[in-house]
Design a protein around this ligand. Structure first.
Ligand code: NAD
Length: 468
């Protein structure tokens, strides 16, 4: 007799474990299966959390080296210990994983360590890393297997000289020259970590601009600020070949129009050109689960696959590859399976780029509104005009609000600046509740705070900002 559950969840990342906790709260008997021994998936183990730990440590070092003097603080003999920094990062990860394990135990969620494969619409085979096989039965199964880094043809990731985000988080030595392929979120966040510790960082991007998913006016500000920090950007450029010779990687680059080419060398190359959904080895084809043309699991409006007992959430389905999006979907499916109502307003999912300055955005970009021919109003407010930003010494950036020209309804909010990620929830609430720019403008913002810039940008939508 195999064990039987109400819900089995393949993948214990922020999609899977959150679905498990909510399903258990809803009174279901739940199992989570993961081939990684630790719960938390990419986010906790080799993604969001370790990268934020290193970004925090290196930001402190950078500030001590470059900003403290402006505040009248002098430090002699400033240095860092990369080993201790990495140990701290590992401890942050371990504590966070332990917290999730505790929550799963508290809610009586069974964690099964092993690789799952579908035997039928309600049965899974599980292979432990000892090779031992078992089977479980579940009324419903949720696929939450996440995504994995992609590479480029002819560039093999070895996690030593040519690394993905996983390798870039674990370097034991600061590279002399780090070449980052892809000016997206991972490239710029991890590029920042190593730049702040002294690496020369060159970013190769095949588009003519950085961070394609970000409002381009905001992206330009980020590029300017990162350039000031020492980043070198080579845009409209592609990597044709990467050859490892002894301790170096030689990269052959070509401009987009094919007119220019050059070869540069790197001590380390970070490939950050996107991620692909993890669908291999699950036996999806055998049980007839349909994929979309981009290899993601196809679902209906209720996250249900074409096999009715099976659902899919997170990076394996369409939408932004973000931990919080996966978690929201996990809660939604767990609630649906308990007979409750569930809905996600995808236009109000925020995204943050944890560089310095940070970018935080929700809703439409100006480019998207233009491409859809929607009439909009625009309000902007720079942090140079915000007293708290000046007191902090972090005046780079601005808040930008896009509102419907006819109704004033907020369509998009874009913040670039210090602590942008901590400010975006106000904007998320505005979008979720269908607020107008005037609604935000009428909020009483505490003074002096950075978030006053959100109120001022909302006032600016009607040309009525006070401090500019
Ligand atoms: P991305 O999609 O953010 O950026 C990839 C970049 O690589 C793009 O700018 C793209 O134009 C460029 N590119 C693609 N092919 C290229 C080529 N051949 N040569 C040069 N450039 C090329 O992908 P990512 O940075 O790898 O991140 C993967 C996913 O993980 C994203 O969906 C991202 O949102 C998510 N993520 C989010 C966070 C966060 O929320 N802070 C952090 C890390 C990762």
């Amino acid at each position: 007799m195999s064990d039987s559950y109400d819900i089995a969840i393949i993948g214990g990342g922020p999609g899977g474990y959150v679905a498990a906790l909510r399903a258990a709260q809803n009174g279901k008997k739940v199992a989570v299966i993961d081939k990684r021994r630790a719960l938390g998936g990419t986010c906790l183990n080799v993604g969001c959390i370790p990268s934020k730990a290193l970004l925090q440590s290196t930001a402190k070092f950078w500030d001590a080296a470059h900003e403290f003097a402006d505040h009248g603080i002098q430090i002699g003999g400033l240095n860092f210990d990369l080993g201790l920094m990495q140990d701290r990062k590992d401890q942050v990860v371990a504590q966070t994983v332990k917290g999730i394990e505790f929550l799963c135990k508290k809610h009586k969620v069974t964690f099964i360590h092993g690789t799952a494969k579908f035997l039928s619409a309600t049965r899974l085979a599980i292979t432990a890393d000892t090779g031992e096989n078992s089977e479980i039965q579940a009324e419903n199964i949720i696929i939450a297997t996440g995504s994995t880094p992609t590479s480029l043809p002819g560039i093999a990731i070895d996690e030593s000289k040519i690394v993905s985000s996983t390798g870039a988080l674990a370097l034991k030595k600061v590279p002399g020259h780090l070449v980052v392929i892809g000016a997206g979120v991972i490239g710029l966040e991890l590029g920042s970590v190593w730049r702040r510790l002294g690496a020369k960082v060159t970013v190769i991007e095949f588009l003519p601009h950085i961070t394609p998913s970000v409002d381009q006016e905001i992206a330009k500000i980020l590029q300017k600020e990162l350039t000031k920090q020492g980043f070198v950007f080579k845009l409209s450029t592609r990597v044709v070949e990467a050859v490892t010779v002894e301790n170096e990687v030689a990269l052959h680059l070509e401009s987009d129009d094919g007119k220019n080419s050059e070869t540069i060398t790197a001590d380390c190359v970070l490939v950050a050109v996107g991620r692909k959904p993890c669908t291999e080895g699950l036996g999806l084809e055998e049980i007839g689960i349909a994929l979309d043309p981009r290899g993601r699991i196809q679902i209906n409006d209720h996250w249900q696959t074409n096999v009715p007992s099976i659902y899919a959430i997170g990076d394996v389905v369409a939408g932004p590859m973000l931990a919080h999006k996966a978690s929201e979907e996990g809660v939604a499916v767990a609630d649906l399976l308990a007979g409750r109502y569930a809905h996600i307003y995808y236009d109000a999912i925020p995204a943050v780029v944890y560089t310095n300055p940070e970018i935080a955005q929700v809703g439409y970009t100006q480019e998207q509104l233009k491409s859809e021919d929607r009439a909009y109003k625009l309000g902007k407010f720079p942090f140079t005009a915000n007293a708290r930003a000046r007191a902090n010494g972090n005046t780079a950036g601005m808040v930008k609000i896009l509102a419907d020209a006819a109704t004033d309804r907020v369509l998009g909010v874009h913040i670039i600046g210090h602590e942008a990620g901590e400010m975006i929830l106000t904007a998320v609430a505005a979008l979720e509740f269908g607020a107008s720019a005037e609604d935000i403008a009428r909020l009483c913002a505490p003074h002096p705070t950075l978030s006053e810039a959100i109120k001022e940008a909302a006032l600016a939508v009607d040309g009525a900002a006070i401090h500019i």
